[in-house]
Design a binder for this molecule. Sequence first.
Ligand code: PMP
Length: 402
Amino acid sequence: VSTWSHVPAGPPDPILGVTEAFKADKDPRKINLGVGAYRNEHGKPYVLPSVKKAEELINSAKPDKEYLPITGLPEFTKAATKLAYSAESIPYAENTIAVTQSISGTGALRIGGAFLARFYPHAKTIYLPIPSWGNHTPIFRDSGLEVRGYRYFDKKTVGLDFSGLKEDLRNAPEQSIVLLHACAHNPTGVDPTLGQWKEISDLVKEKKLFPFFDMAYQGFASGSTTRDAFAVRHFIKEGHQIALAQSFAKNMGLYGERVGAFSLTTSDPAEKARVDSQLKIVIRPMYSNPPIHGARIAETILNSPELYAQWEDEVKGMADRIISMRDRLYDTLVKDLDTPGEWGHIKSQIGMFSFTGLTPPQTKALAEKAHIYMTADGRISMAGLNNGNIEYFAESVSTAVK
Ligand code: PMP
C-alpha cells in the first residue's frame, strides 16, 4: 500500500479554478476577469518599458549569480522602505526600520506572521477584514497566529461598513494585531477615506492594537505612489509602530519575479539590529536567501532618477486605464443599457478589483451563458476589461440581472 494512500484530495484554489474553466472554454467571446494581473488594452500581459530598460542595464554590467545575503539586496530594501515610508519620515531618516527582502507580498506576510508568532509579546491574535484576500487566513494560520475577523464590507451599500469596523476593533482585546490593506482593498475595491483612516489610527492607538499593513498595490490604486501610501505614512506620523508587507508584483508588473519586502519600525538603531538578526533566524531555515534578478530590477528603477520618473508614469498609465474602464463600464451599464440596480460603486471603488454585487447564481449564469469568468463572490478584475470586450461584458451583465 502506498505511503500516501490516506492523503485526501484538497479543494481547488478558488481563484486559479476560474482560470482553469476559462482555458477550457472555446468560445471566442470568452473573458477572464478572475485573474489578479494587469492586462493591457489588447488583453495581453504587460512588461513595463522601465523594467525592460532596467534589465538591459543589468545585463550590460554582466553581473554574477552569487547568493544574496539572507535579508536580500540592501540597495533594494533601502529603496523599498524609502518608497513606502518616504525619505522624510522619522523611521527612515533615523535608520530604525528593520527590513528584509521577501518572496513578493505573500512571502512578506508569511515572514511577518512567523516573526510575530515568535516575538509578539501579547496575545498572538490577528484580526482580518471581512472579507479579505483569500490567502491571508491560511498565511497567518500557518504562521502560528490565531485568526479572527472585523467587519469591513457592507453588502447593502456595496461600501465600507465603517461603524461595524469601529465596533469590532473597539471590542477586540487590547493589543491584538490588526491587518489593514494600505490601499486598494482586495477583494472589495473599497478603501476608507482619509478622514476614516485618521479615525482608525486613533482607535488603534486607544486600544493599543498592533497595525500590520499589507501594501500590495502602492501606486497602482490611484496612480500616485504618494497618495496610495497615505495610510502607512499617517500611522507613522501618529507615532505607531507598524509591520509592513510590500509587493512589487502589481506596481512593477514583476509578478513571477517575486519581489517584495517586509519591515518593522523599531525604537532605535540598536533595537533594529536585534530585530534584523532575528529576521535572519526566521528566514534562514525557510529558504536561506531570496532570488536576485527581480530585486536588481526593482533596485535599478528605484535608485535611478530617470527610470524612477518613467516608472511612475507607467504605473499611472496602468491605474488610469483601469479607472477609464470603470467609467466606461458605469456609463454603458447605466446610461446605455438602463441596467436595474445601483452601480455607482463601479466608479467609486479603487484598484484592480471591483465587487460588482453580482450574486453566485448570476456569476454562474455569466460563465455558462456568456463565457465570462469571475470569482463566485462577484469580484471582477477591471484589468481584464478593454475597449474590445467591455460592451459585450456590460450587455451580458445587464441581461444577467434583468
Ligand atoms: N496582498 C494582497 C491584498 C494581494 O492582493 C496580493 C496579490 N493578489 C498579495 C498580498 C500578494 O501577492 P504577491 O505575493 O504576488 O506579491
